[in-house]
Design a binder for this molecule. Structure first.
Ligand SMILES: NC(=O)c1ccc[n+]([C@@H]2O[C@H](COP(=O)([O-])OP(=O)(O)OC[C@H]3O[C@@H](n4cnc5c(N)ncnc54)[C@H](OP(=O)(O)O)[C@@H]3O)[C@@H](O)[C@H]2O)c1
Length: 217
């Protein structure tokens, strides 16, 4: 609970929404930006418990690093923070949307953005992926959100940590299995965007049905 959570690309829609909820839950949060000044300003607006700096400085001080940047900038961002990632949990939130066809599933050659993150960071980093299906503008409010957060990762202990972190945000985090399975949640986002447009929904989400029993450990 004493860890510092870094949010790289934390000035954007998803990053500020996660920062706000984490700070409200009592977490120490550092948001990063390509421009430290911009991060500082965003942190001031978020207030309590949040500070701002450059992406690499945020990654350096973060015990857990959450990366919230567009797919197009995923590679450059990971190359920037890679020196500070070994041994840490890095939570990739990237949905591999390729404009203009964002309602079409277009996964990268690695199989998923999460596996791409692992390739860019190397095996010594505990990559977990999450948050693909939750709308940032809903997360930015205090309202209850009708969306489960599927969490993927090959390192089970890291996945457990992130599932708990998701719960601190007021959402239900569910284990989705291996990092390769992230492809399913990443792909689903294009379908949710299609559903939003087709059925005039404001941020469709996903929920798993059934009486789930918490796994041991
Ligand atoms: N928005 C959602 O509802 C949502 C939901 C689930 C998952 N996601 C995923 O979460 C990630 C972030 O989404 P978002 O909507 O928060 O994105 P965003 O607001 O468009 O961008 C997030 C931040 O990324 C940085 N950035 C933008 N362009 C960049 C570039 N060319 N190079 C390096 N950094 C750049 C910017 O920070 P600085 O300019 O300060 O550096 C920006 O504030 C995406 O991969 C998205 O697919 C989004």
């Amino acid at each position: 609970m004493n860890e510092t959570i870094a949010i790289v690309g934390g000035t954007g829609h998803l990053g500020t929404a996660i920062a706000r909820r984490l700070a409200k839950a009592g977490r120490r949060v550092v948001i990063g930006s390509r421009d430290a000044q911009r991060a500082n300003q965003a942190a001031l607006e978020l207030g309590f418990g949040v500070t701002g700096t450059s992406n690499s400085a945020a990654a350096m001080v973060g015990d857990i690093i959450i990366v919230t940047v567009p797919f197009a900038s995923q590679e450059a961002t990971y190359l920037d923070i890679a020196p500070h990632a070994p041994g840490k949990i890095v939570v990739d939130t990237t949905v591999p949307l390729v404009p203009p066809k964002v309602m079409r599933v277009q996964l990268p050659p690695e199989g998923s953005a999460a596996q791409r993150a692992q390739r860019l960071l190397g095996d010594g980093v505990r990559v977990v992926s999450a948050f693909h299906n939750v709308a940032a503008h809903k997360l930015a409010t205090d309202e209850e959100i009708a969306c489960d957060v599927l969490v993927f990762g090959d390192d089970k202990a890291a996945r457990v940590t992130v599932v708990r972190l998701v719960q601190e945000l007021g959402l239900r985090g569910l284990h989705g299995g291996a990092l390769a399975n992230s492809a399913a949640a990443e792909a689903l986002t294009s379908i949710l965007i299609f559903i939003n447009k087709t059925y005039s929904v404001d941020g469709a989400g996903i929920q798993v049905t059934g009486a789930l029993v918490e796994p041991a450990g």
